[in-house]
Every structure is written in structure tokens, then in C-alpha cells.
Design a protein around this ligand. Structure first.
Ligand code: IMP
Length: 215
């Protein structure tokens, strides 16, 4: 570029000023969780694109009620609570186990199926109800509700598998020791965390939301 071209726009050099360059402010996005591990994972996936905050970051200390009878309903209750009370875009997830022979129970009651939060008691409840039943088909499901600019976007992830007759493995959490994903000979509780996180219901739903957010 010649110097003539440079000065072409500034016929009156005394009015020349430099506008300071500022990076556009990153959009804030709340993840309705108190789980720091989940927050860090999302933050890494969305860095440079969104400033991801969790419930603690925004000072939301309420245990948001999950009173709906579907995963989508509960995820939406959580995301809309944040929008309503904090006026920030937000996403929330809800997951659980659906067992075909139990009319898709425990479903939204997965965390307290036996009446307690104890995973072993919840697993024993499922095994007792399935006792002698040859239909062991089950799936884990995650639904994410993303409330952005006043719209609710839903993303779903499922992984199909079967319920073993006895527990196997010590990794993971919840129903992992009795859930064997299709195509594998091991349970989720015998699988490396990294491998489970690649194929899980949560990973599938999350991948769909990330693709949407990254445009
Ligand atoms: P949440 O909605 O992710 O908190 O999941 C609710 C409940 O579903 C948990 O407390 C577990 O009992 C069960 N659950 C959800 N995801 C998994 C999983 O990946 N493995 C085992 N259990 C799970």
C-alpha cells in the first residue's frame, strides 16, 4: 500500500485519532450445576466462545426443584429458573436409567429409586424387580435444555445396553456396575472413565449442544 493510500482517508490530519481496539465481550452462559468437574469440562470445550459460569459463580444457592416427570421437564425447570431469576442464558441436564421391562423405570427417579440416594440400594431395587425376567434391555438417557435468547433448545443422548444379573466393576457411579452397553462385554463400571465419557448418553447430548453453540 502506498503512503498516498494511507492518508487518503485523513484529509484533515489534525482530526486523526486511533480508536482503541477492544475484543468483543464474550457472551455469558450458565451451566445449572454445582459440579466443578462438569463445569471445567464444558469450559474447556467452549473456551473463546462463551464465558461459562456455574450456579455457585452466579450466587445461586437454591436447590432448584426437579418436580417434572420427564428428563426434558426437569432440565427445563432448572434452565428456566436461572433465566427467570438471574436473566442469563443457561443450560441444564437431567439423566437417568430406563429399563424396558420396568416400563422405563427408574427414569426421572433414578437418583432415589429405592427411596435413598445410596447407589447400591438403587441397583438392588432394579435387580430385585428384574429377578427372573429375561428382558434385560435398558438405556441411559440425558436431556439438555439450553435456554438462549428466550428459546428452549433440547438436545438428547441415549446409550442402549442391558442390565446384568450381578454387579461388576468399581469405577463410575450410580447404576454403572450393572449396565453393559451394547457392543461391549464389560459394564460401565469396568470401563476407563475416558472411554465411558466418549460413548455415554451425556457425551452424545453434549456433543449435539456444542455443535449448535459453535455454529
Ligand atoms: P443426573 O441427572 O445426571 O444427576 O443423574 C440422575 C441419576 O441417574 C444419578 O444419580 C444416577 O443414579 C443415574 N445416572 C445418570 N447418569 C448415569 C451414569 O452415567 N451412570 C450411572 N448412573 C447414572
Amino acid at each position: 500500500m502506498s503512503s498516498a493510500e494511507i492518508w487518503h482517508f485523513n484529509s484533515a490530519p489534525e482530526t486523526l485519532y486511533l480508536k482503541p481496539f477492544t475484543f468483543p465481550k464474550m457472551k455469558k452462559l450458565v451451566f445449572a450445576t454445582n459440579n466443578q468437574h462438569k463445569t471445567d469440562e464444558i469450559r474447556a470445550a467452549l473456551e473463546n466462545k462463551y464465558e461459562v459460569l456455574n450456579l455457585e459463580d452466579i450466587g445461586c444457592l437454591v436447590d432448584i426443584p426437579e418436580t417434572a416427570d420427564t428428563f426434558e421437564g426437569n432440565a427445563t425447570l432448572k434452565s428456566s429458573y436461572v433465566v427467570e431469576h438471574f436473566n442469563l442464558d443457561c443450560f441444564a441436564d437431567d439423566s437417568g436409567l430406563e429399563v424396558e421391562a420396568l416400563n422405563n423405570e427408574p427414569g426421572v427417579y433414578s437418583a432415589r429409586y429405592s427411596g435413598s440416594r445410596d447407589s447400591l440400594e438403587n441397583i438392588q431395587m432394579v435387580l430385585a424387580k428384574l429377578d427372573g425376567n429375561p428382558n434385560r434391555k435398558a438405556r441411559f438417557k440425558t436431556v439438555i435444555s439450553l435456554m438462549q435468547d428466550g428459546k428452549n433448545h433440547i438436545f438428547e443422548g441415549t446409550i442402549e445396553g442391558t442390565i446384568r444379573t450381578a454387579l461388576s466393576g468399581s469405577k463410575g457411579f450410580g447404576y454403572d456396575p450393572v449396565f453393559q452397553p451394547n457392543g461391549y462385554e464389560i459394564t460401565f463400571a469396568e470401563m476407563d472413565m475416558a472411554e465411558k465419557n466418549k460413548i455415554s448418553h451425556r457425551a452424545i447430548a453434549l456433543k449435539k449442544m456444542l455443535a449448535f453453540l459453535k455454529g
